[in-house]
Design a binder for this molecule. Structure first.
Ligand code: B4P
Length: 190
């Protein structure tokens, strides 16, 4: 199996590039952001709790996110592999992912990290906020999300770097150009 982590700050293009990657490599897409937004839309108990956290730009507790991931792994076991989009976001989530995959005798193949400067992230997310009305795409929450990324999520890159699985990719440019850079990395590990 090919198990990819698509990593990067909010607005770096993880969701956008995931769509392309799934099309080319037939992987199962797991976006914890999308899963949480589905819970919010269905107004489940978890969704109501998650909405308040997401609107502040904070991270939903590890236990909730890991539970969602384990469920998806079980549902799609035996496929060609997974693309984890926006997960893991803490070192604890990374350790749990490794444990969960090892239950299926699997492991993370590579972490692709989209590198985009803060100014560009803010511009993209403000733009998306205008177009879609997403409630966490406002200036205050965007800045908080990027701060949370730098403090709590960046150490995950170091975690995979120590295992020689961290691959930085320039995330600035056209969506097609960035996709080509990603394909080069994936084809190098396949
Ligand atoms: P996510 O849904 O993961 O939100 P995101 O990081 O903002 O989205 P993404 O990075 O995929 O957007 P994209 O760049 O594709 O998380 C939302 C919230 O959920 C978090 O803040 C947190 O509260 C919670 N959460 C999620 N996962 C969690 C976890 N594991 N643990 C705890 N909490 C968790 O797109 C951004 C914009 O840029 C788009 O408008 C796109 O069109 C544009 N864009 C993309 N590529 C571009 C390019 N090359 N040039 C110009 N614009 C581009």
């Amino acid at each position: 199996m090919l198990n990819l982590i698509l990593f990067g700050p909010p607005g770096s293009g993880k969701g956008t590039q995931s769509e392309r990657i799934i099309g080319k490599y037939s992987l199962v897409h797991i976006s914890t952001g999308d899963l949480l937004r589905e819970e919010v839309a269905s107004q489940t108990e978890l969704g109501l709790k998650a909405k308040e956290i997401m609107d502040r730009g904070a991270l939903v507790p590890d236990g909730i996110v890991i539970g969602m991931i384990r469920k998806k792994l079980e549902e799609h076991k035996g496929g060609r592999g997974f693309i984890f989009d926006g997960f893991p976001r803490t070192v604890e989530q990374a350790r749990e992912l490794d444990r969960a995959l090892s239950d299926y005798s699997e492991e993370v193949s590579v972490m692709i990290s989209l590198e985009v400067p803060r100014q560009e992230l803010v511009k993209r997310l403000l733009n998306r906020g205008k177009e879609t009305g997403r409630s966490d795409d406002n200036l205050e929450t965007i800045n908080n999300r990027i701060d949370v990324y730098e403090q709590q999520t960046l150490p995950v890159a170091h975690y995979y770097d120590q295992m020689r699985k961290y691959e930085p990719v320039d995330g600035v440019g056209s969506i097609d150009a960035i996709f080509k850079r990603i394909v080069k990395v994936i084809d190098g590990v396949k």
